[in-house]
Write a protein that binds this ligand. Structure first.
Ligand code: HEM
Length: 539
């Protein structure tokens, strides 16, 4: 006779063995996955992740394991796509399968409100339709008066305070972003509404970075949510930021609705969303587009536009400082097409192919989204070159590796605008079937590709054209008059990184250029009221 106690002990021992096996297999790479660095039980490759410059490590691994490799991060499988060809084959060509996002802890903490982290669901489709409808190549032109005004102010401000160029660029893109999203300007970044916007957005970015452990070990999330804040404050802090941000986004949408009601709203993304909400009443899209979703669609358009563009403009200043011959060639081109009697206008953009090449090369050479901002995820199991891509795997676009692929971009760390095709806009390049026409991968790929790229193209080109037309940019000098050297590749650690702060000298090219900048800004201000905001119905 078998004793009941023995049976219980046997079952417990078996369960313990199974649990141990499961724990030990956590973090281990299955043979069918793409290759990658050796793993350890439980943690996989976590111990090999560097504290900084992850994108550089990705490039090293790509050189060792090839254009597709895999990492095990806790219980998650991460497939890294490290060449443009591989990104195109999977994320562009099989876009339906790679349009999802992995489950991210911060998305949960923010009640699944941000489109950029949303899975491939019905609300994402409605949101994407709105972004595409209002930010596409033709519609994006409606917003150009905003960067037009802001870059006139930028050039004027650079005459007064060239040493503050980083802060001045940030104000410019922030103000262009709030204008496009809601129709109001940022004249003073110390303004309380602005400070709140920045505090919330940057709070989110920081927490998204800090909470990665719970993306890799989702099993820990219930414990983290339950822990009191004096033990572990992350989740409660995130909820607090979410509460503040939600209030602000809802208030801004409400104000837009009121202005539309009074007939004095300026063109803005938020006005377009409110109108879409009204015209969709009674339709399935209308039911999906709740007030909360509408508030977040507008808020995230603003957030998506502010740091990314400012980071790329800071990168363009760095490039021009480090490559004076390119700068001289750009100025000769501008003198040729525009002349010395007026600043470049938005209508000139199409006539400035070399500026387009510089813009594209900046995005390739120093991308703000070194690792594609937010990863994609596989909706179903897939296979490529004999490797398995499991359902649910995180798909990371290693933009830095793809942008530095020497087979497409020889001597990739050299800033060489001549390698870029001036005849394609960035939107056209993203759709090009020939990989050699793809200028860079900085806006991502497939169905999740950045919907703001047309807006960004207009803003970046206009700003670069005007700054190069008006100013000489050179290395700053130390007390001994020696040029201060700057590392070209040093960047901040973020999902949207930026060159580390650097010094440079920015001077008007001639007194005549300075005078035109002053006069242009003086004339531009006729659309503004005394507080520096747009007069009613002026655009
Ligand atoms: C230099 C400027 C910009 C860069 C480098 C950039 C880059 C990116 C990247 C890499 C993604 C993720 C793409 C992917 O998952 O494959 C993204 C998504 C997004 N961007 Fe941008 N972006 C820029 C400007 C803008 C602007 C101006 C807007 C709004 C007007 C915007 C709105 C968005 C939105 C809403 C998403 C989420 C799309 C989705 O998940 O379906 N971005 N951006």
């Amino acid at each position: 006779m078998v004793d009941a106690t023995d049976v219980r002990l046997g079952v417990a021992a078996l369960a313990a063995c199974l649990l141990l096996l499961r724990l030990l297999s956590t973090g281990m790479r299955s043979r069918r996955l793409p290759p990658g660095p050796r793993t350890l039980p439980l943690i996989g490759n976590l111990h090999q992740l560097p504290k900084k410059d992850m994108h550089v490590q990705h490039l090293k691994w790509a050189q060792e394991y090839g254009p597709i490799f895999s990492l095990k991060l806790g219980s998650q499988t991460v497939i890294v796509l490290a060449s443009g060809a591989m990104i195109k084959r999977l994320v562009d060509k099989r876009s339906g399968n790679y349009a999802d996002r992995p489950s991210l802890f911060m998305q949960e903490a923010f009640d699944h409100s941000r489109i950029i982290m949303r899975g491939y669901d019905d609300l994402w489709k409605v949101e994407r339709k709105l972004y595409h409808g209002f930010l596409n190549g033709t519609k994006a032109a409606r917003y150009i008066p905003y960067p037009d005004l802001e870059t006139k102010q930028l050039c004027f401000d650079l005459l007064q305070r060239p040493e503050d160029f980083e802060a001045l660029i940030t104000r410019t893109t922030l103000s262009a972003a709030t204008s496009m999203a809601y129709g109001f300007r940022v004249t003073d970044p110390e303004n309380p509404v602005m400070k709140e916007l920045l505090r919330n957005a940057h709070g989110f970015f920081t927490m998204a970075h800090k909470s990665q452990l719970f993306d890799w070990y989702p099993q820990l999330r219930p414990v983290v949510k339950w822990l009191p804040s004096f033990v572990y404050p992350l989740y409660r802090n995130a909820r607090e930021v979410f509460g503040r941000e939600k209030r602000q986004f809802h208030d801004l949408l409400h104000e837009t609705r009121q202005k539309l009601g009074k007939g004095d709203a300026l063109p803005s993304f938020a006005s377009d969303i409110v109108r879409a909400q009204e015209s969709w009443q009674g339709k399935p899209e209308g039911a999906t587009l709740t007030d909360h979703a509408a508030a977040y669609i507008a808020g995230i358009a603003m957030e998506g536009a502010m740091d990314t563009q400012s980071n790329q403009l800071a990168a363009s200043i760095k490039a021009m400082m480090l490559y004076p011959l390119v700068q001289k060639q750009a100025q000769a081109h501008l003198d040729d097409v525009i002349g010395g009697d007026r600043m470049p206008q938005p209508s000139d953009i199409e006539k400035l192919p070399y500026i387009r090449q510089i813009m594209k090369e900046t995005l390739r050479w120093l991308p703000t989204t070194t690792s594609g901002a937010i990863p994609h995820a596989a909706r179903a199991e897939d296979e490529i070159d004999g490797y398995l891509i499991p359902k649910g795997a995180t798909i990371l676009l290693s933009v830095w590796s793809a942008n530095n692929d020497p087979s497409l971009f020889p001597s990739p760390r050299v800033f060489d605008p001549s390698r870029q095709n001036p005849n394609f806009s960035m939107g056209e390049a993203a759709l090009a079937s020939d990989i050699r026409d793809r200028d860079h991968w900085t806006f991502g790929a497939g169905r999740r590709i950045c919907p703001g790229m047309h807006v960004a193209e207009g803003t970046l080109m206009l700003t670069m054209a005007r700054v190069l037309w008006a100013f000489d940019i050179s290395k700053a000098k130390d007390d001994q008059g020696k040029e201060i050297e700057v590392d070209p590749d040093e960047i901040t650690q973020s999902i949207a990184s930026r060159p580390l702060p650097f010094k440079c000298e920015i001077k008007a090219r001639t007194p005549k250029h300075a005078e035109i900048v002053r006069k242009t800004w003086e004339e531009a201000q006729h659309v503004l009221d005394d507080a520096g905001n747009y007069k009613v119905n002026v655009l």
